[in-house]
Design a binder for this molecule. Structure first.
Ligand code: ATP
Length: 211
């Protein structure tokens, strides 16, 4: 089984990294692919270039063999005249590469709230399971029928290659890239929120110094 963790990673931080590592263990995944987004369709453009976000990601996961970087959204962006990075296209291309493998797309509960606004969001389930990483006490009662019909426990995901919706608690680290960018712009120290190697890179390249 392969995990997929998409994000802007502007910059990558321990909220992303800890969650990715934790779900790898919980679901017994062979690998978790971190997929940096080139041109996020649902939010502001990233503060720094795709190359720099990628380099920070490389520094961050250097000593974690189960975490991998997958550059297909960045590659596609260059090939397709800067089209938006739709997750449905990413999952479709992963499915072509891994026709018989369960694919698990991990998203935070904040991202899940907006899922029905994603391009062709129902089709995401044709290609992958979706696992929402939640806080303790997260309620699934209010889900609509489309989602309720797909609900499954963690152990059921290995039985199909796609189509299920699962909610999984992970250790909550209240860290966001927005807060880190703000902190750096205010000349505060972001230490212990993201890897030292990434902090060094940010300093070297004078990133996020203005808002
Ligand atoms: P920003 O503050 O710029 O919006 P972010 O910190 O939320 O960025 P993204 O790169 O946009 O990071 O998020 C990628 C994915 O990681 C999303 O699914 C998001 O829900 C999840 N995520 C972000 N921060 C955390 C965190 N602290 N713990 C768990 N998941 C997180």
């Amino acid at each position: 089984m392969i995990g997929i963790f998409g994000g802007t990673f502007d910059p990558v931080h321990y909220g992303h990294l800890r969650s990715a590592l934790e779900v790898k263990g919980i679901f017994g995944l062979d690998e978790v692919r971190l997929i940096p987004c080139a041109n996020p369709p649902h939010r502001e453009q990233p503060a720094v270039t795709a190359d720099m976000r990628l380099q920070m990601l490389e520094l961050a996961i250097k000593n974690q063999p189960g975490l991998k970087i997958d550059t297909r959204e960045l590659d596609r962006y260059q090939e397709s005249e800067q089209a938006p990075s739709f997750m449905v296209d990413t999952l479709k291309s992963l499915r072509q590469e891994f026709p018989a493998e369960p694919l698990l797309l991990f998203i935070g509960s904040d991202a899940f709230k907006h899922l029905t606004g994603w391009h062709q969001w129902q089709r995401l389930f044709d290609y992958a399971h979706i696992v929402v990483m939640t806080r303790p006490g997260f309620e699934t009662q209010a889900l609509d029928d489309f989602f309720k019909a797909r609900l499954a426990g963690a152990k059921e995901l290995a039985q199909a290659t796609a189509g299920k919706l699962c909610f999984q608690q992970v250790t909550q680290l209240d860290i966001s890239a927005t807060a880190i960018r703000d902190m750096i712009a205010r000349k505060l120290n972001p230490g212990f929120l993201l890897p030292d190697a990434v902090i060094e890179y940010i300093k070297q390249h004078q990133l996020y110094e203005t808002r």
